[in-house]
Design a binder for this molecule. Structure first.
Ligand code: PLP
Length: 396
């Protein structure tokens, strides 16, 4: 006998993956240049030079035993301290390397953290549209997902709905800014108000409500938007970070959990994080990529390429007549479907060789996600198809 729940998870491919696989097959039939695959969020820019330079240097200078051996479970201490020194200097916070736990990316950071804080029946609030894996991670850690829709069309937090959804069982809230799938960055005002609401609710229910800030897109930010670093706003904040997107290292699996230094019983919470990492069998994050980090902090892949893609798509789609959410960050565009059913709209787009992810995948209806970490040439070539799709609805 096997675990049915795990079978079900393994057996149910995500719509994003299905579209991506369909795209690969379709390209073989009609040619790469004729399929406009906007399905997957795989960084399209190479890692910055400093990544390979540092790795080469490490291979020459560090002993093979050290480079390929275990590190301490929470990660090399000097690396952890370098991360908090960088954060403190960049965001004016006061975090400690003693509260950093290195992980294999943000996905592991989230699973470890949720296992560390949740007990059966605890509720975790997510804002729709949301990253679909949140549901899998929360439920696997014994929690219950509570979905609160964002305010439309700003896609900031709907505070009226949030207040109603926080109960005595609320253990945590997850935010993801810049957001996947909308690209929206939560403003200073939103984070300030969120902190106020959570402080009030903590007082009302007499227990901490953790704010989990999932930040794989933190540096992918445009138009001089300033990133509000969340530990500066709310004490019980825990950051889940990843270098997958900022350094274009999604396959190398490196990230971290930062327990905010002002969180209630921060050391105890951090110890539970270490315990969860142990229980889940993570052992340690990849050693070479840990040692690479200090030299690469503050560097990013060339973000101007994403910004140009965003500008071209946003302008051109709006010109055609599409309703597009203006994104200040990440590499996603959220576009209103031209019919109520986003699944049916995505299917129709497929007939024009446009692979757009229906928003149902993110627990929200009526939109599609366009992942624009693609070759700019593909965007140019796809505009004709976007026009034809629009015209097929006789909207002019
Ligand atoms: N959180 C969000 C919102 C994401 O979009 C992703 C990946 O796309 C992750 C977490 C997981 O990132 P990682 O590759 O670091 O595990």
């Amino acid at each position: 006998m096997i675990n049915d729940k795990m079978f079900e998870l393994g057996n149910s491919a995500s719509i994003i993956r299905e579209l991506f696989e369909y795209g690969k097959k379709r390209k073989k039939i009609i040619g790469d240049e004729n399929v406009f695959d906007y399905s997957i969020g795989n960084p399209s820019n190479p890692a910055p030079e400093i990544v390979n330079e540092t790795l080469t240097k490490l291979l020459k200078e560090k002993s093979s035993i050290e480079l390929h051996g275990y590190t301490s479970a929470q990660g090399d201490y000097e690396v952890r301290t370098a991360i908090t020194n960088y954060l403190n200097k960049t965001y004016g916070c006061a975090e400690s390397g003693d509260l950093i736990y290195l992980t294999v990316g943000a996905a592991a950071a989230l699973t470890i953290l949720l296992h560390a804080i949740l007990t059966t029946g605890d509720e975790v609030i997510v804002f729709a549209p949301y990253f679909p894996e949140y549901k899998v991670f929360i439920e696997q850690a014994g929690g219950k997902v509570v979905v609160v829709n964002c305010e439309v069309p700003s896609f900031q937090i709907d505070f009226c709905a949030l207040r109603k959804s926080i109960t005595k069982n609320t253990k945590a809230i997850i935010i993801d800014s810049p957001n996947n799938p909308t690209g929206v960055v939560l403003t200073n005002e939103t984070i300030t108000l969120l902190a106020k609401v959570l402080n009030e609710k903590e007082k009302e229910f007499h227990h901490p409500i953790y704010l989990i800030s999932d930040e794989p897109y933190r540096e992918l930010i445009y138009d001089d938007t300033k990133y509000p670093f969340v530990t500066n706003f709310y004490d019980n904040t825990i950051v889940c970070y990843s270098f997958s997107k900022s350094l274009s290292l999604a396959g190398e699996r490196i990230g971290y959990i930062l327990v905010g230094s002002k969180a209630v019983d921060a050391k105890r919470l951090y110890t539970a994080v270490c315990g969860a990492g142990r229980a889940l069998g993570y052992v340690c994050a990849p050693a070479i990529f840990q040692y690479m980090l200090p030299a690469c902090l503050g560097h990013t892949a060339d973000l101007s390429v994403y910004q140009k893609n965003r500008d071209m798509l946003y302008q051109e789609l709006t010109k055609i007549g599409y309703e597009v959410v203006y994104p200040n960050g990440a590499f996603y565009l959220f576009v209103k479907a031209l019919e109520e059913d986003d699944l049916s709209f995505s299917k129709r787009a497929q007939a024009y060789e446009l692979l757009l992810v229906p928003s149902k995948s993110f627990g929200f209806s009526g939109y599609v996600r366009i992942s624009y970490c693609v070759n700019p040439k593909m965007i140019e070539n796809s505009l004709k198809a976007f026009r034809a799709l629009y015209d097929s609805y006789n909207k002019r």
